[in-house]
Design a protein around this ligand. Structure first.
Ligand SMILES: Nc1nc2c(c(=O)[nH]1)N[C@H]1C(S)=C(S)[C@@H](COP(=O)(O)O)O[C@H]1N2
Ligand SMILES: [Mo]
Length: 333
């Protein structure tokens, strides 16, 4: 049974999936005293004839357990962790879904520097440790809807972007927030050539209107499934905006700049009539090349763990509607 809670009222029976699998495995591991080896075991446990996600390589990147305020137990219909961390879009590490996990394992996340600057009273620089210590970490279980019409349910850990921005004290002239991913061609094969990087002009950039950035749903994530982020999911810190298409949720962020103008965004630069600045999930506004009315919910790695479901307006996060009350969302797609 799924009990709705006011903060995270967006997961329904339709989402019910690998909850038992995730918990069953986790509880079993705990009983066996194997908490730390969870990733390893869950991956070998997933292996099978239909396991088109798994890879044989041994990752060198280590994630570690985080202390955080848990999301309510009742809302835990999750995509399997091994799938969320092996079926990724992170073009800096290659354009196919298995590339990021394969190519990102030696990505250096510590030391790290995240700068908050621009139209603020107090510019801030966070180092690697600050990312986990400066703000209280909380868990948020969100649906992630990719513009490619697949989706997952992922338990993120992080702090609200609002907390970070408030610490920097935005000036009244600030209207937008611009984000930038690390530029490091030595580490990121996709940044070395147009061909391997999907035609993107790096660094990957994204942006939000300030009121979107300040919304309580907008998260700076430093972890998932109880641990620090794997590099393929945007370690050490990435944005998560659950009511927008996944490409807005920029990974491995090094720079956040408050501005008075709408900032350029990577996918809009690449194909302006296919990807807008707003990119709100909207089943009524189709991508020029495919419908956005339905999506493929990916829950596990087996073929019977995927299902086609209706896409919801704002990905089900209807509380953001007031941000767009006077806007034509066909025009501002
Ligand atoms: N820097 C950067 N951020 C990125 C991307 C990318 O290619 N580069 N891909 C985006 C897309 S299209 C999606 S769907 C999500 C995927 O996040 P996940 O791999 O953690 O599920 O990351 C987004 N953030
Ligand atoms: Mo995406």
């Amino acid at each position: 049974m799924i009990i709705k809670s006011p903060k995270q009222n967006h997961l329904t029976e339709n989402d019910v999936t690998d909850e038992q699998v995730y918990h069953g495995r986790r509880d079993l591991l705990k009983k066996l005293g194997f908490t730390g080896a969870m990733t390893l075991l869950s991956q070998s446990a997933m292996a099978g004839p239909f396991d088109w996600f798994s890879k044989d390589e041994k990752p060198t990147f280590k994630t570690s357990e985080l202390r955080f305020k848990k999301a309510p137990e009742s809302v835990r219909p999750l995509t399997d962790e091994s799938v969320a961390s092996s079926y990724n879009n992170f073009y800096e590490f290659g354009t196919s879904k298995s590339d990021p996990k394969e190519n990102a394992q030696s990505f250096v996340v510590d030391p790290w520097k995240l700068e908050v600057s621009g139209l603020v009273e107090t510019p801030i620089t966070l180092n690697y440790e600050d990312l986990f210590k400066r703000f209280e970490l909380q868990e948020r279980i969100y649906r992630l809807r990719c513009v490619e019409a697949w989706s997952m349910v992922i338990p993120w850990i992080g702090f609200t972007l609002a907390e970070l921005l408030k610490a920097a004290k935005p000036l009244s002239s600030a209207k937008y927030v611009a984000f930038e991913t690390l530029y490091s061609p030595e580490q990121m094969p996709g940044q070395r050539s147009r061909f391997t990087g999907g035609g993107v002009d790096y660094p990957y950039v994204e942006g939000l209107r300030l009121d979107e950035a300040m919304h309580d749903l907008t998260l700076m994530s430093v972890g998932m499934y109880g641990k620090t982020l794997p590099p393929q999911n945007g370690a050490p810190i990435r944005l998560v905006v659950p009511w927008k298409y996944g490409f807005k949720s920029i990974k491995s962020v090094v720079k956040i700049v408050l501005t008075d103008k709408e900032p350029p965004t990577t996918w809009n630069i690449l194909a302006p009539d296919e990807y807008g600045f707003y990119a709100n999930v909207n089943p009524k506004v189709d991508h020029p090349r495919w419908s956005q009315g339905r999506e493929r919910r990916i829950l596990g790695s087996g073929l019977n763990t995927q299902r086609r479901i209706d896409t919801q307006m704002f990905n089900g996060y209807s509380e953001v509607a007031s941000l767009y009350s006077n806007m034509d969302l066909r025009r501002f797609y």
